[in-house]
Structure formats: C-alpha cells, structure tokens
Design a protein around this ligand. Structure first.
Ligand code: NDP
Ligand code: 8X3
Length: 252
C-alpha cells in the first residue's frame, strides 16, 4: 500500500491511537502536532511496522508554519496522500459566555476552525489532482448540541460540522470523500487542556461511567477509511453507552 494518511494532533488521545491503529494496517503516516519530542517517540515506536512515518512539528493555527511544514515533503509523497484526518483541536475553559476569556476563545476558534481550514487548503489540491482522497473531520457531540458553558467550543465544533458538509459539496466533482465524526466523552488529555492543567477536575469528568477510549475512535476511523471507493460515511455520532446527550450521563 502506497497510501499516506495525515493525522493532525497525533501526539495524544485520538490522534495517537489512530496512528497506532493505521500503522498496524499498513498505511504510511504523516503525523503532526506541536510537541516534537512526542512525535519523535511515536515515530520510534511505530518503526516496528513495515511503514513509513514522517513527522512534522508545527502549530495548525499558523498558516505559514503549515505551508513550511508541508513544503518540506517530496512532491511524490504529497501526491500519495490519500487521507487527511483533521483531528487537532481543543476546548479551553468552561466559563459562561459573559465571563469567558478572549484568549481561550481565540485558541479554540483558531485551532478547531482555522487550523482545520489551513491544513485542508494545503492538502486538497493534491487530492483534487488525483481525483481521490478522504478527509475525516473530528467534530464533537458539542457541535450538535449546545450545553451550559460550552458556548465557543460548541460553536467551533458546529463550524466543523458545517465545513464537513461544505467540503462534501464543493469536493464532490473530484470524488473526495468527507466524513464527519462527532464523539461524546472520550478520556484523553482533552479535559486536562480544558481545565488548564487541573488534573483532579479533568479526572472527575470521567468518573462514575465508562467513557469512550481513543482506540474506539481509532477503530472507527480505520473502518471508515477502508470502505470501498463507492461508499462514504457522511456523519457519525459515537457516544459512550452511558451518555445520552452532551450532558445526560448514567453515572454509578
Ligand atoms: P488531546 O488533548 O489528547 O489531543 C489533542 C491533539 O491536538 C494533541 O495531539 C495536540 O498536539 C493537538 N493540537 C492541539 N492544538 C494544536 C495546535 N494549535 N497545533 C497543532 N496541534 C494541536 O485530545 P483528544 O484526542 O480528545 O482531541 C482530539 C480531537 O477530538 C479534538 O478536535 C477534540 O475537540 C475532539 N473531541 C474530543 C472529545 C473528548 O471527549 N476527548 C470528544 C469529541 C471530540 P500538541 O499539543 O502536541 O500540539
Ligand atoms: C468533547 C466532548 O462533551 O466535552 O468534544 O464537549 S464534550
């Protein structure tokens, strides 16, 4: 298999689990994130598989940095990119909208919305030339339902939902698949970032029920990517069995 898959945000959580899952299946990988030392370690760990692993450390919020990173790749590799998993993202803060911090809002909008657009803009031309490709956008249940103090994070993920629909329409002539995946609660570093390093509060989010694991989403991504050329999953909402909506949980 010559196909390369790009995973943004591969240093942790869903992105890292997906890198391992796809490596096992023989996909070549382009892994991105800001934490270079983590990317180096993941590359080392994946060397046991007969695949190529390229790592690119950059911030998706910075379009010039994205350009610089991808321009370092050989054209042959760029034209062999089949999949783009737009996964890099975060929530920062859990404040009501009247007291939310501007810096937190900017981080979420710049990462979750503009970061996804930046990377997509640079990769779509190659998929378009190939008349082939698959973009998987990691959205959230937070983009389907607004919950208290979720405001800007929910809006940023609703934007991802909309962009998935828009991409599917605009890229239809080039037969590029677009899949939107909207998970509920997954235990990753997500809540540590959201609660700004407060590990006790982060841990409490997942107490009393069985949250999704990043591997659950990784397996789903592998399934979606592997479907025949004529089949596309447009939109998937994946929840822990113990979660009914953004805020209703069955906790023991
Ligand atoms: P993690 O915090 O574990 O992983 C987030 C990843 O995004 C990291 O690899 C991080 O890498 C990367 N990232 C964040 N900001 C940037 C940036 N500016 N530039 C480049 N990379 C960045 O969380 P998850 O795995 O849970 O999150 C992955 C995606 O899943 C996010 O889009 C999140 O919104 C979404 N999601 C998560 C849910 C959950 O409950 N956990 C549920 C629904 C959706 P680094 O810090 O090295 O840059
Ligand atoms: C992450 C899930 O419910 O914390 O997107 O917003 S939630």
């Amino acid at each position: 298999m010559d196909k390369y898959i790009i995973i943004t945000g591969a240093t942790s959580g869903i992105g890292k689990a997906t890198a391992i899952q796809l490596a096992e299946k023989g996909y070549h990988l382009i892994l991105t994130g800001r934490r270079k030392e983590r990317l180096d370690q993941i590359k080392l760990d994946l060397e046991k598989f007969p695949i190529k692993v390229i790592t690119l450390a950059f911030d998706v919020r910075d379009f010039e940095a994205c350009q610089h990173a991808f321009s370092s790749l050989d054209e042959q590799i760029l034209y062999n990119i089949y999949g783009l998993i737009n996964n890099a993202g975060l929530a920062v803060g859990r404040d009501t909208i009247d007291v939310g911090e501007l810096e937190d809002w900017n981080r979420m909008i710049d990462t979750n919305v503009k970061g996804l657009l930046h990377v997509s803009k640079l990769i779509i031309p190659y998929m378009k030339a190939n008349l082939d490709g698959h973009i998987i956008n990691i959205a959230s249940i937070a983009g389907k339902e607004v919950y208290p103090s979720g405001n800007v994070y929910c809006a940023s993920k609703a934007a991802v939902d909309s962009l998935s629909k828009a991409m599917r329409i605009d890229l239809l002539p080039y037969q590029i698949k677009v899949t939107n995946i909207a998970p509920g609660a997954i235990e990753t570093e997500f809540s540590i970032v959201r609660f700004k390093g407060n590990e006790a509060t982060a841990k409490s989010v997942y107490e009393g029920f069985h949250p999704l694991l990043p591997e659950d989403i990784a397996q789903t991504i592998e399934y979606v990517l592997g479907l025949p050329a004529h089949v596309n999953i447009n939109d998937l909402t994946i929840m822990p069995t113990a979660q009914a909506t953004g805020t209703i949980f069955h906790k023991k």
